[in-house]
Write a new protein. Structure first.
Length: 274
């Protein structure tokens, strides 16, 4: 099993529903015991709702809103407690916050610095990365494949490569981890994909341990997924570029495509400049 060099991790529940299976899957990824915290995010109801606003829905009194809020908080507490049991007998810190999920996580991290944020929702993961909250580990909610294979590091010959490879080697112990670095070029420019010219440079710069480099032409997401399956990767490490919604509409991100199609954990990173 690959050893992960972190001391603390935060598991985020996006709503008042427990996620014991996802939490147990996340716990399996760590060779050494770490300190877990669980944060349940519940809806923040408006202070008042009136028919004059033009929005559909019932008119709620302050007492009704407070009652809904208390019900949500109690549900969040119950979800956090149910999820905490997935980590066994060791103590797990549990918290419930109201508000927009990414912002609530950001406020929590400001008060409680944490090495790694773990979620089972690709949508929430995207929101967190867009808000500059990294690294984010996404564990599949419907079952997870092999946890004992190499770590697959996906790069794209951009300045983000150094961030991705450095993060992978910072989080994983290079002396006990096998890395596969994959570069799939959609432009099909095979000549520029020689390992020593592209992927090999980034990995060497990151000073990882045992590394194998794969450079191919084709669709990046499909290539990354195929390599992850062939090598039974324990995790996929990806960088995400901060792009606007219009750009994402016409050119979906590789990270989004991979998250939607894999049952392997995906670690997301972004550039500090993004």
């Amino acid at each position: 099993m690959n050893k992960i060099n972190i001391a603390t991790a935060l598991f985020v529940l996006d709503g008042p529903n427990p996620a014991p299976d996802s939490a147990a899957a996340a716990d399996l990824l760590f060779a050494s015991e770490i300190d877990w915290s669980i944060l349940a995010i519940v809806a923040e109801h408006p202070q008042f709702t009136t028919g004059a606003t033009g929005f559909a829905g019932p008119v709620l009194t302050p007492q009704e809103i407070e009652s809904l809020a208390m019900t949500d908080l109690m549900a969040g507490d119950a979800a956090a407690a149910a999820t905490a049991r997935a980590f066994g007998p060791r103590p797990v810190v549990q918290s419930v916050r109201r508000g927009q999920p990414a912002r609530a996580v950001g406020r929590y991290l400001d008060e409680n610095p944490t090495d790694l944020v773990v979620v089972d929702s690709p949508h929430l993961a995207g929101d967190l990365v867009d808000d500059g909250i990294v690294p984010v580990l996404v564990v599949p909610s419907d079952g997870m494949k092999s946890t004992g294979g190499p770590v697959l590091v996906a790069i794209d010959d951009s300045p983000l490569d150094d961030v991705v490879t450095a993060s992978a080697t910072r989080l994983f112990d290079p002396t006990t981890t096998d890395f596969i670095t994959v570069h799939i070029d959609a432009a099909r420019s095979v000549a520029r994909l020689r390992p020593e010219n592209v992927a090999g440079q980034s990995v060497a710069h990151a000073a990882v341990g045992h590394t194998e480099t794969v450079a191919e032409a084709g669709d990046p997401a499909s290539g990354i997924l195929a390599e992850a399956e062939d090598r039974e990767a324990s995790m996929i490490v990806l960088g995400t570029h901060n792009r606007g919604w219009l750009s994402r509409l016409f050119r979906p991100s590789v990270a989004d495509a991979v998250l939607q199609q894999t049952q392997r954990p995906v670690l997301l990173m972004s550039s500090p400049d993004d």
